[in-house]
Design a binder for this molecule. Structure first.
Ligand SMILES: [Zn+2]
Length: 202
């Protein structure tokens, strides 16, 4: 069999531009061994492998495209977690990770994102005015459940007239009462019951 005339320099050039050994062997219709030999004979560093690895931009892009969205096998995950268990990351690595994450997992990428809307309820419940109301009710009721008399434990400041339907009474101390968690759950306006009824928090 007559070997096809292959221009070594062309192969080397294409290889250095990011073409792989397999691609080159297909392109020039020869065995991969021949391509490897040409590269090795000319001391061309391989794209992959140890300290000789050369990652050209096009190669990086190709590999990242190929790996994107690929699911890792459970075996891989287990091994990986075993290998890395207990290892401390260097400050340099931490900084690298931090930089690579900037701008990622924002908005819709984050599973906890709800469209940039903090509900009115949430805003109010985080407000100082609400905190003051709550504290006043606790102090007036002496940290005691107004139904069963339980002191301490898990106590809630409950709105007698629902928070959602009686906006004007939200911060009225007379509309508040301290209930233990279990008595609170039994009220007709508690949590899910109220949400089912009115579609809002109480
Ligand atoms: Zn109670």
């Amino acid at each position: 069999m007559i070997k096809a005339v292959i221009n070594n320099n062309v192969i080397i050039k294409l290889y250095q531009q990011g073409l792989g050994i397999n691609e080159l062997s297909k392109k020039f219709k020869c065995h991969t061994r021949r391509i490897k030999k040409i590269l090795d004979d000319n001391n061309i560093p391989r794209h992959y492998g140890g300290s000789f690895a050369v990652w050209t931009e096009s190669r990086k892009e190709k590999v990242s495209k190929k790996l994107k969205g690929r699911k890792k096998s459970s075996e891989f995950c287990e091994n990986n977690s075993r290998i890395h268990k207990g290892k401390k990351l260097s400050e340099k690595t931490k900084e690298k990770i931090r930089l690579s994450r900037i701008g990622k997992f924002c908005k819709e990428e984050n599973p906890n994102w709800r469209g940039g809307v903090t509900t009115e309820n949430e805003l109010i419940r985080k407000s100082n005015k609400y905190k003051e109301w709550r504290l006043s009710v606790f102090e007036r009721d002496n940290y005691t459940c107004q139904f069963c008399g339980e002191v301490g434990g898990e106590l809630h400041a409950d709105h007698i007239k629902p928070f959602s339907t009686h906006k004007n009474l939200r911060f009225n101390i007379n509309n508040g009462r301290i209930l233990c968690a279990s008595c609170h759950r039994d009220t007709p306006t508690y949590g899910a019951k109220a949400i089912q009824k009115q579609g809002v928090m109480v």
